[in-house]
Every structure is written in C-alpha cells, then in structure tokens.
Design a binder for this molecule. Structure first.
Ligand code: NAD
Ligand code: LMR
Length: 327
C-alpha cells in the first residue's frame, strides 16, 4: 500500500474543520488510494482539547479505510512534525459588521509561531495552505518566518471565491456549473477581490456574449462575490464553514493534480498583473506537477480590470504595512 502522508490541520475543533477533516479522511483531498495521518492542533485549553477529542472519536467512528492515525495536540511542534501538508485554518473568524482585515492584529501573530514551528519540524517537501483570515497576509507572515520551506510553497485560499463566482454566473445564465470555465479571482480575499468575468467562458463563449446585462456583471456580480462572506455571516450568524472546507478540498486537490486548467490561488507576487512584489495575491495558476504550480502568463486585462486590480493590490500593500513588525 502507498505510504501515508501527514496532514497537519490547525483549528481542528472549529466549525470549518468539523466538515474538512471528514473529507480529507475519506480521500477527497489527496485521492482515494492515498492513506493519511491527521495531526490536529488546537489551543491548549482543556475544554477545547476535549472538543478535539470528540472530533477524533467521530473520525474513528467513521471507520475511514484511508485514515491510518489521528494525533490530537495543543503543541505546534507535535502537530507540524514531519507534516507533508499544513492546513492553517485555526484563527478567529470575524463577526457581523467587521472586515477580515480587522482580524489582522489578533490573528497575524498566530502565524509567526506557526511559521517558525513549520520551519523547525515539518517535512522537507511540506506545502502550506492558509485559510485563517485575513488569509493572504497571514500567509505572508507565516512564510516570512519559515526559511526552509520557500514562499512558493505557501499558498492562501481564494478557491471559495472562485466557486462562488462560478455559481453566480451559472445561475444568471441558467446553465449548469460545468458550463462555466476559466473564472479567476485576482487579488485579496476581501471585498476588493476582482472576479475576472471578461476572460471567463460559458459553454465556450465569452461571458459578456452570453450575459447581455453588462451592468449586472460590473455592478452586481462583482460585489456579490466580494461580499458573499459577509452575506453568509448575516444569514447564518456564523461565517461560512462547509463551503470553506469545500474550497480548501478543491484548492489542495487541484494543486496536487497536474492539469492545464487554471485555478485561483494566492501566491507570492513577482510583479505579474500589476501586483506589488512580495504580496500574496490571487492569480491564475496551472498545476505542473503534484504540489507545484506556474502562474499563467499573458492573460489580457482591460482598463476596467486593471483599475480593480490596482485597488485590491493597494489593500494588500496596506495590510503588509500594518503587519511590518511581524515579518
Ligand atoms: P472557529 O472559531 O469555528 O474555529 C477556529 C478554531 O481555531 C477554534 O477552535 C480555535 O480554538 C482555533 N484556534 C485559534 N487559535 C489557534 C491557534 N493558535 N492554533 C490552533 N488553533 C487555533 O472558526 P472557523 O469558522 O473554523 O474559521 C476559521 C478561520 O477561517 C477564520 O479566520 C475564518 O475567518 C477563516 N475563513 C476563511 C475563509 C477563506 O475563504 N479564506 C473562509 C471561511 C473562513
Ligand atoms: C468567507 O469568505 O466566507 C470567509 O472569509 C469568512 C468571512 O469572514 O467572510
């Protein structure tokens, strides 16, 4: 049998992980023939560690054939030890009326310690995906503390936003989800993100040919996608959880599966598409080998797109300024 991979997951007793862990254990993230060992981190508080034990009991009770072991811990050095993937979910979610950037001061410092622990003990081939908000800048903080695992192996998640955008376009056009292709999110996981409808296709045709209401595309579609997280909080009283877990399953699975199909992830910018060097910006990537991507070059962006990208870049730069003492 294939040897197991070690998957460290933080915030493991939280609401995203209550969905995520079961999907990892069932093989949806790494494949139906890839055994996994889950290394679950939670804060070292008795009640939370008890809740984590309960989650582990439920994983046991699911009798997943691919799940070879579960480690529950409050110690980062144990959680990240020899980890091939680190999924950094653990951090505070925002409440109603907050922006994700309001979490920066509280959540940012979590990623200093975790970046250092990953540097110290994770496997040499380790890859990291950051979900905890604000995820782009938290990812930058973690990567800045981790010299052994290079920045190109630190990614943050905008796949939930891509999925939201695809779903909105499919509903508006009255087509199945599978008819929508090449929808890429640019920039920050925040209301400034830019879902690039101009280069997306519906049944192979440009979106603006299929959806004739261009005002809707510019004035309703973009803010609906950008503010969907807040809309979920408003409706549920809690931030998205199952759809966030689903986004992460898609993010990691597509990053592990070589394919010419582009997908959106936040990676360290080298200046492409107008992003400042060194910020973690969402761009189109293709997966060239398991865990390895290339940024798609040469996508044509019109002036409208360039203006939107300039705004989301300015926000990323300002978040970087806010945390400069953590880098
Ligand atoms: P939650 O409050 O239900 O769970 C978070 C868990 O993290 C808690 O159990 C908490 O004890 C734990 N935690 C806190 N600090 C930790 C640390 N230092 N180490 C390990 N665990 C720690 O929150 P949730 O709904 O699961 O959301 C988690 C994060 O994901 C939030 O920041 C949320 O905003 C973010 N999020 C991001 C996206 C995205 O698309 N990028 C989508 C949804 C949610
Ligand atoms: C989301 O997009 O649903 C998450 O980032 C949670 C939030 O705060 O919006």
């Amino acid at each position: 049998m294939t040897s197991p991979i070690r998957v460290a997951v933080t915030g493991a007793a939280g609401q995203i992980c209550y969905n995520l862990l079961f999907r990892i254990a069932s093989g949806e993230m790494f494949g139906k023939d890839q055994p996994v060992i889950l290394q679950l981190l939670e804060i070292p508080v008795e009640a939370v560690q008890n809740a984590l034990k309960g989650v582990a009991m439920e994983l046991d009770d699911s009798a997943f054939p691919l799940l070879q072991d579960i480690i529950c811990t409050g110690d980062e050095q144990v959680a990240f030890k020899d980890a091939n993937w680190c999924l950094l979910v653990g951090s505070k979610p925002r409440g109603p009326g907050m922006e994700r950037a309001d979490l920066l001061k509280d959540n940012g410092k979590i990623f200093i310690g975790q970046g250092r622990a990953i540097d110290a003990v994770a496997a040499d081939d380790c890859r990291v995906a950051v979900v905890g908000n604000p995820c782009n800048t938290n990812c930058m903080i973690g990567a800045s503390q981790c010299k052994r695992i290079g920045p190109e192996r630190w990614t943050a998640m905008t796949r939930l936003d891509q999925n939201r955008a695809v779903s909105q376009l499919a509903q508006k056009a009255g087509v199945p989800i599978t008819a929508v292709e090449n929808l890429i999110i640019y920039g920050n996981h925040s209301p400034t993100m830019f879902p690039d409808f101009a280069n997306a296709r519906i049944n192979g045709a440009p979106v603006s040919d299929v959806i004739s209401d261009h005002q809707w595309l510019r004035e309703t579609f973009i803010p609906t996608v950008g503010k969907r997280g807040a809309a979920i909080i408003e409706a549920r009283g809690k931030s998205s959880a199952a759809s966030a877990a689903n986004g992460l399953v898609d993010h990691v699975r597509d990053l592990m599966t070589p394919s010419p199909v582009p997908h959106s992830i936040c990676v360290p910018s080298t200046g492409a598409y107008g992003f400042s060097e060194g910020v973690w910006a969402s761009v189109p990537v293709i997966t060239t080998a398991p865990g390895t991507y290339e940024v798609v070059q040469g996508v044509e962006l019109d002036d409208f797109a360039k203006e939107k990208i300039a705004l989301t870049n300015a926000e990323l730069v300002s978040e970087r300024d806010t945390v400069k003492d953590m880098l």
